[in-house]
Write a protein that binds this ligand. Sequence first.
Ligand SMILES: Cc1cc2nc3c(=O)[nH]c(=O)nc-3n(C[C@H](O)[C@H](O)[C@H](O)COP(=O)(O)OP(=O)(O)OC[C@H]3O[C@@H](n4cnc5c(N)ncnc54)[C@H](O)[C@@H]3O)c2cc1C
Length: 338
Amino acid sequence: MTSTHETDVVIIGAGPVGLFGVFECGMLRMKCHVVDTLEAHGGQCAALYPDKPIYDIPGFPRIDAGDLVNNLVRQAAPFAPVYHLGRTVAGLTPHGDQGFSVLLSDGKSIVCRAVIIAAGGGKLVPNRPPIPGIEAYEGQGVLYRVANLEALRGKRVVIAGGGDSAVDWANGLVGVAQHIMVVHRRPKFRAAPAAVEAMMRSVGEGLVELVTPFQLAALDGSNGKVETVTVADESGQTRELQADILLALFGIASHLGPIADWGLRLHHQQIDVTPHTCETSIPGVYAVGDIAGYKGKLKLILTGFAEAASAAHAIFSRVHPDEVLHMEHSTTVGIPVS
Ligand SMILES: Cc1cc2nc3c(=O)[nH]c(=O)nc-3n(C[C@H](O)[C@H](O)[C@H](O)COP(=O)(O)OP(=O)(O)OC[C@H]3O[C@@H](n4cnc5c(N)ncnc54)[C@H](O)[C@@H]3O)c2cc1C
C-alpha cells in the first residue's frame, strides 16, 4: 500500500552532512524527513570507518567516526526528524506550485517544499574480489568493512588490499587480532607514508605478516566460516593461509543511481551548486557534502557542515515565505527543550 508523508524538507542521505542538515533546518523551524539506502545513520563514517579516529572536526581534537555519528544523531533529535532507513530515493517530481514529491523505493512518497541531496558519492557498494563462491561467506567469514572491532579479537585475519584502508586496518588490528596477514599483489603499498611505516615496524616486530606479491585465488570453509584463504602469485605458485576472517578492502564503488536521471547539472559525479546557497540547477533542490561540486570544493566533513547551514538558510524563505530571516546565533535562540 502506498502512502504520502508531508514535511518541509526532505534530506536524501543520513551521512554526517545530512544529519547536520536536520539540525540546521530545525534551528530555522523547518521539519525534515531523512532517507537513506543504508539501514543505519552515518554514511561513510558508519559504513566504512566507524572505529577510526577523525582529527579534523573543529572542537574535537580526536573523535571516532562512530561517536561523531552518534553525536550528530543526538544533536538532531530535538527537532524530531523522521528517518526512512533502508529506503532509496527513487524519484523526484515537481508537486504543486513550488514543491516536490520524493518517491521512495518502498513505494511511499514524501511531499515537501525543498529537497537537500546529501547523498555523498551515491549508494555505497564494496568492490568484491573475483573469488568463485565468495557470496556464501559474506557477512561471516568475509568482511568488506570493520563494523565491530571486537568481533575480530583473537581471530586470524587476512587483510587483502594495498591502499589506505588495508594498511590502516593492519595497524588497527595489532593487539586485537591473533594473527594479521596482509595480501597485496605488489610489494609497495599505496597508502599514507606514516601508516605504511607503522605497518612495516609491526612487520619487523613479527606482529604483521606480509604476503606479497600475491593475489586472492580461492576460499575454503563451511557454513559461511572461512578456514583457508588461498593466494597465488603471477607464476601461479600458491600459498594456503589458515584464517578465520578475510577482510577484503578493494575500495567502495559508489553509484549516483536514480539521482543521475533527475536532470540536475552534473560534473564528474558531483552535482553543480551555487556555492553560497548550495542550490542546484533545479530551483528548490539543494546539494551538500561530498555530492556537491563547485570550484575549489574540499570533500571534508567540515565543508559539508557549512554547506548544510548555507542550504538551510537559503531554503528558509521557501518554507516561511511571509517571514524575513534574521541571522541569529544558537547562543541567542537556544534549541527546543526535548
Ligand atoms: C576511510 C575514510 C576516512 C575519512 N577520513 C576523513 C577525515 O578524517 N576527515 C574528513 O573530513 N573526512 C574524512 N573522510 C571523508 C568523509 O567521510 C566524507 O567527506 C563524508 O562522509 C561525506 O559526508 P556526506 O554526508 O556528504 O556523504 P556520505 O557519508 O557518503 O553519506 C551519504 C549517504 O547517502 C546515502 N544515499 C546515496 N544515494 C541515496 C539515495 N538515492 N537514496 C537514499 N540514500 C542515498 C548513502 O547510502 C549514504 O549513507 C573519510 C572517508 C573515508 C572513506
